[in-house]
Design a protein around this ligand. Structure first.
Ligand SMILES: Cc1cc2nc3c(=O)[nH]c(=O)nc-3n(C[C@H](O)[C@H](O)[C@H](O)COP(=O)(O)OP(=O)(O)OC[C@H]3O[C@@H](n4cnc5c(N)ncnc54)[C@H](O)[C@@H]3O)c2cc1C
Length: 468
């Protein structure tokens, strides 16, 4: 992602910084500032990069100034939304970081049932703003993730089966392009750009504002149900068959995990490796118990926490378990089916979780997400039924070799069963072939749109699409 010809300066002269300061309202943070080390940190502590300058924007004009400055000076440019990206694509070594974390405004339009979200918001901001109005925007499974990166890559979450991916609920974006112009992209305006940002990542510009359709979601019936590890294959087979046929009101993602030693869990289960499904039922609450009967009956759960829960609480259930600052190594693939042979391999590698935070998730992406045609958005794998992510996670960098090896081995064992590519938001920086595999037939069209809007590849610190 950092090709030759781009200035990767590690320090910038005070005169150059002053040049930007003259047209900038937010904070400009250099390596000489006390705030620098905190400002360059991203969620994944495996990433340790040192930009020459961090431009924490106060408004859209600041974003325009930052983009123009990077282009004019030939600087490597990274754009930071929530900073959650696995390979740390919100920060760069040398060059400029446009940091959107101060752009946090949200406006809910009750009449239109739409939600206008600034480019630096986190999903917790959105849930907080929409819940009092009985609305939610389909997002992910954790509230600390940035709206920017998650949306631009696709957005797989609790509401995907019912309302589609996050991009399927996107009505428009304001984007600062590589030439410094601010444009709107929607079905009616710059439709090619609107197609590309719905899955194509940060390749096309800095999105300063997202307009989403809000969905009627308030209190749902959900939470995790756990089963013993030795029952994982049986649970996965049940879950696979159930979720492929279940009403779209029901979502549930499968995981291998280790029970954290905290009071909400009985002490005898602490630090046990288990499997679980975290459910979210958005149908009539009066019918929830009935809907969950088959889930509770096929095999006795070890622990059962499913019940009525406000959607923002469900969304933030795992925030505490995964604070910023852990080491993360990600591998991803999509699957059209989950054969019994694949399930047996999951059992084998799930039993080998290398650390208590490490995990494997399988998310269903059938239902509404699967009804969108492959060419309708840049997100390509509409024919897949499941998205797999294997993540090795631990607080201690000394564990990295172990958790990286496990994640690679697990992914490699299952890859022959996959649809051939993975979700761009859940992989490391794995090179051009992996990006092409993620977009399949949509790659060539993305490369054309890239040539039109960013011919010089200014926005290259991302899962990069080369201009055609
Ligand atoms: C704990 C955890 C849970 C997750 N859960 C889910 C999940 O449930 N579902 C899911 O789909 N994904 C999930 N993800 C993956 C997540 O979607 C990606 O990590 C995503 O890149 C995070 O976006 P961000 O804005 O926080 O990241 P950043 O690191 O800030 O940015 C990621 C990329 O997006 C670009 N970008 C960010 N904002 C903008 C913007 N406004 N304009 C232009 N480009 C921008 C950046 O330049 C960078 O290339 C999860 C990640 C973590 C760490």
């Amino acid at each position: 992602m950092h090709e030759a010809g781009v200035r990767k300066m590690s320090e910038m002269s005070e005169t150059e910084v002053q040049e930007l300061r003259a047209r900038f309202r937010g904070e400009l943070i250099t390596p000489a500032d006390a705030a620098y080390d905190d400002a360059r940190k991203v969620y994944n502590a495996m990433i340790d990069r040192r930009p020459a300058l961090i431009a924490r924007c106060a408004d859209v004009a600041d974003v325009v100034a930052g983009v123009n400055f990077a282009r004019e000076k030939g600087l490597l440019l990274a754009v930071r939304g929530g900073g959650h990206n696995g390979p740390g694509l919100g920060v760069c070594d040398g060059g400029l970081v446009i940091d959107l974390s101060r752009l946090r405004g949200i406006r809910v339009d009750q009449k239109e049932q739409t939600v206008r979200v600034d480019g630096g918001c986190l999903w917790g901001d959105v849930d907080h703003a929409t819940h009092p109005f009985g609305l939610a925007v389909p997002s992910g499974f954790i509230s600390t993730t940035g709206v920017g990166g998650l949306t631009l890559g696709g957005g797989i979450g609790y509401l995907s089966r019912k309302y589609g991916l996050t991009v399927d609920n996107l009505l428009g974006v304001d984007v600062v392009l590589a030439d410094g112009r601010l444009v709107t992209a929607s079905a009616a305006e710059n439709a090619d750009l609107f197609w590309a940002v719905r899955g194509g990542g940060g390749n096309f510009g800095v999105v300063t504002s997202f307009l989403f359709r809000g969905r009627p979601v308030g209190t749902v019936y959900g939470g995790p149900i756990f089963w013993p590890l030795d029952k994982a294959a049986e649970v996965m087979r049940f879950w696979r068959d159930f979720i492929l046929e279940a009403p779209e009101d029901i979502n549930g993602w499968f995981a291998f995990a280790t029970v954290p030693p905290v009071p909400m869990f009985p002490a005898e289960h602490h630090m046990k490796k288990v499997c679980l499904v975290t459910w979210c039922y958005t149908g009539d609450l009066g019918k929830a118990e009935e809907a969950f009967k088959p889930i509770r009956q096929f095999s006795p759960p070890l622990m059962d926490f499913a019940g009525p829960i406000p959607f923002p609480v469900l969304q933030s259930l795992y925030d505490g378990l995964y604070p910023a600052g852990l080491q993360w190594y990600w591998k991803a693939d999509f699957f059209r089916e989950l054969t019994d042979k694949a399930v047996d391999l999951h059992q084998k590698y799930g039993e080998r979780l290398p650390t208590p935070h490490s995990t494997m998730h399988l998310y269903p992406i059938n239902g509404a997400a699967g009804r969108v045609a492959e060419g309708d958005t840049a997100f390509s794998f509409r024919d897949a039924k499941f998205a797999e992510v294997v993540v090795g996670v631990d607080p201690d960098p000394a564990s990295n070799p172990r958790l990286i090896q496990w994640a690679k081995d697990y992914w490699l064992a299952l890859h022959p069963f996959s649809a051939g590519g993975g979700y761009v938001n859940m992989m490391m920086d794995e090179g051009e072939d992996t990006v092409k595999a993620a977009y399949r037939d949509n790659y060539a069209r993305l490369a054309e749109v890239k040539r039109k809007y960013d011919p010089g590849n200014l926005f290259r610190v991302n899962q990069n699409i080369q201009p055609a």
